[in-house]
Design a protein around this ligand. Structure first.
Ligand SMILES: *Cc1c(COP(=O)(O)O)cnc(C)c1O
Length: 382
């Protein structure tokens, strides 16, 4: 069947990596696609759509209000702009120049991550100046407090598997410092799925990605009290303009969050439990391929995600983990494993974006590659 992808010379990718921006984020449900099509086919008063959608998203997040965005990255920039400029039109239009307003955004050094772009740069887009506290692997309350002064606009806490998990301050400690100093706390919880866990932390504004764990289109949301969220929305007449969110995205996001809530309501976590069983079966099947040791591991950021992790011994596999991942990606269909830890010999299969058929293809391709001439030769030699 000819599709626009194939007409453009593209082969749809087989994503065993996770909800990766580089692979197009989430696969949308039919319901989300229908919602986006409904929005695409008619006009709407955008201010009314943003307000109504915000109200519905806020219900799911357990906050007073929420502001739809093009993504979590835009959400960080808008949240920073909101705490600096509020709803004052002159200040909004002057950003990213903060003028004489407090504009420093204090974050732990191990939170200054690159998620595909630097968090520091998103702060700067909103008119903020990032101030890093402590060392990469050691931050004490005194480091954070010492970085707070009259120019401080906010504290930013980054919840992410990219962030250094060692020696860092918890969100609860960060919120306590913010409270003690009267400084708002912003949270980047881009890839998280349990909205209320983060909005209920006492933080002021929490940013999520709609296109990652929530299963929506490329989108995001900023959640918090009415006043601060109104200030986020107001930035669409300023630095938010190049982050303009379309009606299709907003309606798709609302539908995705609804479906996410329904799954959780039905839920008891049976989805994650099923995925864990699938990965256990896959690991058992792949364990013992030449040069492969496989087991199930839990997500390093503590989310309820279990992946099949393959540790690659180059002596048996005939290539190292990085080369194996590259061969899979160069094949047909291109298969993308999770390769964050390839440098230490580990690859992983993420169950969330994989259909059972695709999982079968991943297993078959791995078996073919590793049982093929290169794998055997090395195994025989070893
Ligand atoms: C993905 C990610 C972002 C950006 O989210 P988008 O929705 O892609 O804009 C920001 N912060 C962290 C920690 C991320 O993982």
């Amino acid at each position: 069947m000819s599709t626009l992808y194939t007409e453009l010379g593209l082969a749809p990718a087989l994503n065993a990596n996770g909800r990766m921006t580089a692979l197009g984020g989430s696969r949308l449900s039919d319901g989300v696609v229908d919602a986006m099509a409904e929005a695409a086919r008619s006009h709407v008063v955008m201010d009314e759509l943003l307000t109504a959608a915000g109200r519905e998203l806020a219900r799911a997040a357990g906050t007073e209000d929420a502001c739809p965005t093009t993504g979590a990255a835009a959400g960080i920039a808008l949240a920073v702009a909101a705490v600096i400029a509020g709803t004052d039109p002159a200040r909004i239009e002057a950003l990213p120049d903060p003028g004489d307003r407090p504009h420093e955004v204090v974050l732990q050094k191990g939170h200054a991550v690159h998620f595909g772009a630097p968090v520091r740069q998103m702060i700067a887009l909103g008119g903020g100046t990032p101030v890093e506290a402590g060392a990469v692997n050691r931050v004490r309350r005194a480091h954070l407090e010492g970085a707070i002064g009259p120019r401080t606009a906010a504290l930013l806490y980054v919840q992410s598997h990219h962030a250094v998990q060692k020696g860092s301050l918890s969100l609860a400690e960060t919120v306590a410092v913010g409270r003690a100093h009267g400084v708002p706390v912003l949270v980047d919880a881009a890839a998280e799925s349990e909205l209320r866990t983060w909005t209920g932390s006492g933080a002021d504004l929490v940013v999520f990605s709609g296109g990652k764990a929530l299963g929506g289109p490329t989108s995001g949301l900023v959640c918090g009290p009415a006043g601060l969220v109104a200030a986020c929305r107001a930035q669409y007449a300023g630095i938010g303009r190049p982050m303009k969110v379309g009606k299709e995205t907003v309606l798709g996001l609302v539908r995705a969050v609804r479906e996410h809530e329904e799954r959780r309501g039905a839920g008891d976590g049976s989805g994650p439990a099923r995925e864990r069983e699938r990965m256990a079966r896959l690991a058992a099947r792949l364990d013992g391929l030449p040069g492969v040791t496989a087991r199930v591991v839990r997500d390093e950021a503590g989310r309820d995600i279990h992946r099949a992790e393959l540790t690659i011994d180059p002596a048996g596999a005939g290539r190292d983990a990085g080369a194996l991942a590259a061969e899979l990606a160069a094949g047909s269909p291109p298969v993308f494993l999770r390769d964050h830890h390839a440098a230490t010999g580990r690859l992983a299969v993420d169950p969330r974006p994989l259909t059972p058929d695709e999982e079968e293809t991943v297993a078959r391709r791995l078996t073919e590659l590793l049982s093929g001439p290169a794998g055997h030769a090395a195994a025989d030699a070893g």
